[in-house]
Design a protein around this ligand. Sequence first.
Ligand code: SF4
Ligand code: SF4
Length: 428
Amino acid sequence: MALEYAIPGAIPAYEDYTRCVHCGLCLNHCPTYRLWQLEADSPRGRIRQMILVNEGQLPLSSTFVDHIDKCLDCRACETACPSGVDYGKLVEHARARIEHEYERPWRERVTRNFVFNRLLPFPEQIARVAKLLRFYQRSGLQTLARGSGILHLLGVAKRESLLPRIDDEFFFGKLGKTFPAPGERRARVAFFAGCIANVTFSKLNDATIRVLAANGCEVVVPDEQFCCGALAAHAGVRETSRELARKNLAAFERENFDAILTNAAGCGSTLKEYAHLFSEDEPEFAKATAFRSKVRDVTEFLAELGLTAKLRQLSVRVTYQDSCHLLHGQKVREAPRQLLRSIPGLDFVELPYSEICCGSAGIYNVTQTDASLELLEQKMRHAKETGARVIATANPGCLLQMRAGAEMHKTGQEVLHVVEVLDRALLV
Ligand code: SF4
Ligand code: SF4
């Protein structure tokens, strides 16, 4: 099998593919297989196609690209697999190969280049685009566009309905600041603020800092931190994600922290796996391995540290949607549930099929909108059946998707991050 491509970083070995023994135990856990019942859109089928392409027995054609593009990279197959197939590593490598060897239609090329190479790596550019979007949302243009039918004519109505609301005040202004613990300091932590989250989830970031501080953490938000590179890595734009990883490794190694925290499961998964972006002989590999030992999802960290903040009674029924990159990527299942259950009066109910993706999956809801909305419709049906007033989750992408879902399907439910639920319970 020819494995030497011009793709930088770790390259999966032959054994990484052949660990799949075709048992099929992953099939029913795969959202795309559940939707279409097609072997080619299952984990087993996709791995088979990767092997054939690597061996030159299948062309790297639009058909292969389509099946790989339709994968959510949710990694539910990893959790289900008894053979320990590291599917995320394989699909990201297949995408990096596609990026190098396949010419996408020009419109896709232009959009991908803008998003991955011109927008996400540059905070000032994110702020500029966010201000334009905020003007569109606040000036009445959005209402006009939605009412006039022009969005339907242009074929962008579904995507437009998934647009996040832009914040009044961006979190970028808090980079470089330190937030002290009010009482005795139990830990000194660094907070990773994300990229798009700086303009759409400032309030979530504020709530995260409040909850950490209330539990005895001094929170430092290091300056010169950048997008984690997850979206680029998942899309196969490996050079950009490596460059972002280098910058973040430098930003967070300037000081010694007890932990490096994120409230975004997608970012956390990539931050913990920065070593995958580098080969063992590159200097960043060792740095990424040391960095990994410090990175924690905020729910994982708080559950380990133990809550000391006084919490008031919250008499509300809450259910929890597992974020794929927290459950399947980082194997964190209990921590968010434990935190929710620790709130006095809170009625926690499990969400059936919470381990199945909500359809957000990074930019999947933009690139594969119909499949994403189909998954969302199923998710909201299950969520409604729980009778929960609040759906909690642990990733901004899932929050956006399910907030849009609650509105579209009129479930009347509020969608909050676990730390936002905790924040509401804080006795101030
Ligand atoms: S469960 Fe694992 S070994 Fe079995 S078919 Fe799926 S990927 Fe292959
Ligand atoms: S990552 Fe998710 S969508 Fe892709 S093959 Fe695995 S289970 Fe299916």
